[in-house]
Write a protein that binds this ligand. Structure first.
Ligand SMILES: C[S@@+](CC[C@H](N)C(=O)[O-])C[C@H]1O[C@@H](n2cnc3c(N)ncnc32)[C@H](O)[C@@H]1O
Length: 593
């Protein structure tokens, strides 16, 4: 049993006394929260939200999964009927399946599937319920209605525990349209009720080209029925199997090195019993995080044929969180990273931002160093400019800096003052940090470190000079401070320790177009993380260059004349020998949101 970190200061609650297995928070996640400076209050909220979710028996219809209003309007009456008659999920879905399926196919495998499901249910009043369901079901229901019903029946807790959030049809379609051709061989290794396979059917044309697996037997039954209903005139048995994709035994049914496309939205998080987790760790020694999506990615690479594509929906954290450097390294060392597309929030009740990652089963073309982030450039321009920057003399902050998090008071309402009191001093938040300056403060604090939840050693705030940067931001935004200012944890502290490099010049470098461009392209993150800052390539300006830049920065701080800012920017561009056309490209990229 892993230990519960007492510093997390969570409320005592049945659901979180034993946090790791119960709410799926790994040691790695906790280490990561430490690294990112996630405050005790935020941790409590995260833990409570995960715990609440994993124990929630609430269910709701995920509107994003419905293809039309006919689908969504029928869900409520069916759920009410199921509740009144205390029908279990399998029975409700069986009734809905037979309600839709009326004479829809002559495929004997369809009747066989229905028969075997019926036998499994062994329900005395099945026929009566079938008639009632038949009356409630409209004649024509498009798409994966059974999947929508299943998602509406499943409690939030069950979905969170098994990682079962089904993909909206439009997103699945877009992924398939990019890779499927007639007769492409397609596998969804965590197929749920078969959304990806149904969308692939429209492009591939032949159900025999479509393969699926899932360890949820009800989902597999639905996926099989769905595919047979999609091809009512064909006699075929779907290649969709009830199996554990991550176990070794599955491979008999699903050929290895075979598929043109392995596509899915795999489960995210850490699932299974302690023994199951240990078995996965042994089976996938390269994956140290215990993360399901990483296991699925590794497994997918075994199913894809040479030059086949693996296209997955994943949480954004795969791109830059240190815990996931294992899978980033594995993929970038052996395969080509084709596309990373930011999709944003996708699933009702899930706040994580989603990305789509496409990987080609072929030798990597551009070596990517991924210890701190997935370094993938969208196009040749990005790649060429990055190569140019990295070919110049550069240095970085690793081993050349100290970092400190701003103060976590634990209760800002109690500790922050709107008007100064004797003994109070200004305090600054992330929103107060502008390039080079702190905006005039609007809050004050009587500095009493012993009263706060988390506070860096005072000497780090009180150094002669330091840089303060916004934590929540997609670009680095750095202010210079020589007035020993205090900050809250939305504004963190950097103290460079290279004695021959001016701190004001470094401030200018971080605020420059070049570094903002590199940060966006390399990390594409919504937070300015220490590991990312440490990995930035910084120009190794000579002392004379620094002298010129220093006087420009001082002029700018005094006059706030934008022409001086342009001159500073130009000098960074020139250092990296970036030509006019590339400057125009960078400026254009930075204007994009
Ligand atoms: C996020 S859902 C995605 C379903 C479907 N691919 C979609 O996008 O609509 C993940 C699916 O993975 C399945 N799953 C979880 N662990 C599995 C395992 N070890 N083997 C096979 N399927 C698994 C769950 O039952 C669930 O249906």
């Amino acid at each position: 049993m892993r230990e519960f970190n007492p510093n997390m200061k969570v409320h005592q609650d049945r659901a979180i006394q034993n946090p790791t297995d119960d709410i799926g928070v790994s040691d790695a996640t906790i280490r990561n929260w430490n690294r990112l400076g996630v405050s005790g209050v935020e941790r409590s909220a995260k833990l409570m939200s995960r715990a609440n979710k994993r124990h929630s028996d609430k269910s709701f219809m995920p509107a994003e999964y419905a293809v039309d209003s006919a689908q969504s309007e029928i869900i409520d009456p069916l759920l009410q009927y199921a509740g009144q008659h205390r029908l279990d999920h399998s029975t409700v879905l069986f009734l809905a399946a037979t309600g839709i399926a009326n004479d829809c196919t002559n495929n004997p495998f369809f009747s066989r599937e229905i028969k075997s499901w019926e036998q499994e249910l062994h329900h005395p009043a099945l026929e009566d319920h079938q008639q009632s369901f038949g009356r409630m079901m409209p004649i024509c229901l498009h798409g994966d209605f059974l999947g929508l019903l299943y998602q509406s029946l499943l409690s939030e807790g069950k979905k969170a525990k098994s990682g079962s959030y089904y993909t909206p049809p439009s997103v699945a379609r877009a992924m398939l349209e990019d890779h499927c051709r007639p007769a492409s061989m397609v596998l969804d290794p965590a197929c749920g009720t078969g959304q990806f396979l149904l969308e692939a059917a429209n492009l591939v044309g032949n159900p025999k080209c479509l393969y699926g697996m899932d360890n949820d037997p009800i989902a597999v039954r639905i996926a099989r029925l769905n595919l047979m209903m999609r091809f009512p005139d064909l006699v075929f048995e779907p290649n969709i199997f009830h199996a554990d994709t991550l176990s070794q035994e599955t491979k008999a049914d699903i050929p290895l090195d075979f598929f043109d496309l392995v596509v899915t939205n795999p489960p995210w998080g850490s699932h299974g019993t302690k023994q199951e987790k240990a078995a996965l760790a042994r089976r996938f020694p390269r994956i140290r995080s215990g993360e399901s999506f990483s296991y699925f990615l590794v497994q997918a690479t075994k199913f894809a044929k040479k030059c086949g594509v693996i296209s997955f929906l994943l949480p954004e954290s795969i791109l830059n969180i240190k815990v996931h450097s294992d899978i980033r390294d594995y993929l970038s060392q052996h395969f080509q990273i084709r596309t990373i597309q930011h999709i944003g929030r996708l699933f009702s009740g899930v706040f994580t931002s989603v990305i789509r990652l496409d990987v080609v089963n072929d030798k990597p073309r551009n070596h990517a160093k991924t210890g701190s982030a997935f370094i993938v450039f969208q196009n040749d321009n990005d790649r060429r400019i990055m190569q140019k920057i990295e070919s110049c003399p550069i240095w970085n902050l690793k081993d050349n800096s100290q970092f400190a998090l701003g103060i976590v008071t634990g209760n800002n309402d109690r500790h922050l003052l709107k008007t100064p009191l004797p003994g109070s001093e200004p305090i600054f938040r992330g929103k107060d940090v502008e390039p080079f300056f702190l905006k005039p403060n609007t809050e004050f604090l009587v500095f009493q470190p012993e009263k706060y939840q988390q506070v860096a050693p005072e000497k780090l705030f009180r150094v002669d000079e330091k840089l303060i940067y916004r934590f929540i931001s997609k670009d680095p935004v750095f202010a210079y401070d020589d007035r020993q200012r205090l900050t809250l944890n939305s504004a963190n502290i950097l103290i460079p320790t290279r004695p021959d490099f001016s701190m004001k010049v470094l401030c200018a470098v971080f605020n420059s177009d070049v570094i903002r461009f590199v940060y966006r392209k390399k990390f594409n993150a919504l937070k300015v993380l220490r590991g990312n800052l440490e990995a930035l390539p910084l120009p190794d300006f000579s002392q004379s260059d620094q002298q010129v830049l220093l006087s420009l920065v001082e002029d700018y701080i005094e006059t706030r004349n934008n022409a001086i800012l342009d001159e500073i920017n130009d000098r960074v561009y020139r250092y990296f020998e970036i030509c006019y056309n590339d400057i125009r490209y960078i400026v254009g990229e930075l204007r994009k949101n």
